[in-house]
Design a protein around this ligand. Structure first.
Ligand code: G5P
Ligand code: MG
Length: 251
């Protein structure tokens, strides 16, 4: 599928968001152009699980701000030391730090045909920054909000294990690794995230309610939000693909 963008990168389109059309089939197909897909939802909603699968399907990178931050503190960088206390306490790291990290990551070549954001934006200020970035790059932002009840979230997170090396996500109850505590993909020892403890999960959920939920209102006004039940991540993936259409090059 050959994509044609109807607006120029960096040029504001007074008619609304930049749209895309397909030269061959004449249909509007959002994935034929450059797009920023935002996976939105509370901690444990399944953003990372869904992003892994969509990233493979669409051949675009999965940019998780949580993973980027954990990589910083694993490398013991100056930024890493500054943010560790926020993450361990379940609080959001400051906007300027996170925006800088995101700008750097999406400036890499693999993001030039669009990318999936998992965990960003998480404040209205971050959403405004993303709007600026999207405008500079001539990209459209689409937001998928995954809704999951709090009791389900706490249960999921207490049993989550992650691979610190390749980022694969497991769950002792619902998706255990084939071999005890070992990543199926790369063989590394799995870890229980320091912020996946009951009392810290509750703090993260409060942060979400207070500081992140208003981001949805911001995007609702722009009419770019698509809501979906997050109870079954496989269904979420199917619904998003149904909404976005086939990957570029496939009909
Ligand atoms: P993170 O790392 O972005 P959260 O809190 O947003 O952390 P989290 O916990 O990583 O999100 P998730 O990615 O939404 O959750 O969920 P997941 O890992 O895919 O799934 C959770 C569990 O449920 C897994 O065990 C999975 O197997 C299971 N599961 C998934 N789908 C299903 C299903 O369909 N059924 C069942 N039964 N189970 C399922 O951010 C961490 C910290 O970094 C900082 C903050 O301090 C934050 O607390 N941070 C930021 N700070 C400021 N601004 C930002 N933009 C920041 N981004 C990160
Ligand atoms: Mg995650």
């Amino acid at each position: 599928m050959i994509g044609l963008r109807f607006a120029q990168p960096g040029v504001e389109n007074p008619a609304g968001p930049v749209t895309y059309g397909c030269l061959l089939c004449k249909r509007r197909c959002s994935v034929s152009g450059r797009m920023i897909i935002v996976l939105f939802g509370a901690p444990g909603a399944g953003k990372g699980t869904v992003a892994e699968r969509l990233s493979e399907h669409y051949g675009i990178p999965h940019v998780s701000t949580g993973d980027l931050l954990r990589a910083e503190f694993a490398k013991k960088t100056a930024v890493g030391k500054k943010i560790r206390d926020f993450i361990d306490a379940g609080l959001l790291v400051p906007d300027d730090v996170i925006v800088e990290i995101v700008r750097k990551r999406i400036g890499r070549r693999d993001c030039s045909n669009g990318f999936l954001l998992d965990g960003f934006p998480r404040t209205v200020e971050q959403a405004r920054e993303l709007g600026v970035i999207a405008g500079e790059r001539g990209e459209v932002v689409k937001v998928f909000d995954m809704e999951v009840p709090e009791e389900v979230i706490v249960k999921r997170l207490c049993a989550r294990r992650i691979c610190p090396k390749c980022g694969a996500i497991y769950n002792l109850e619902f998706k255990p690794p084939k071999k005890d505590n070992t990543c199926d993909v790369c063989g590394a020892a799995l870890v229980h995230r320091s912020d996946d403890r009951d009392e810290i999960i509750r703090v993260r959920l409060r942060e979400y309610e207070k500081r992140t939920k208003p981001v949805l209102d911001y995007y609702e006004k722009k009419k770019v939000v698509f809501r979906v039940s997050g109870l079954d991540s496989s269904e979420v993936v199917e619904k998003i693909i149904e909404k976005l259409g086939p990957p570029a090059g496939r009909v």
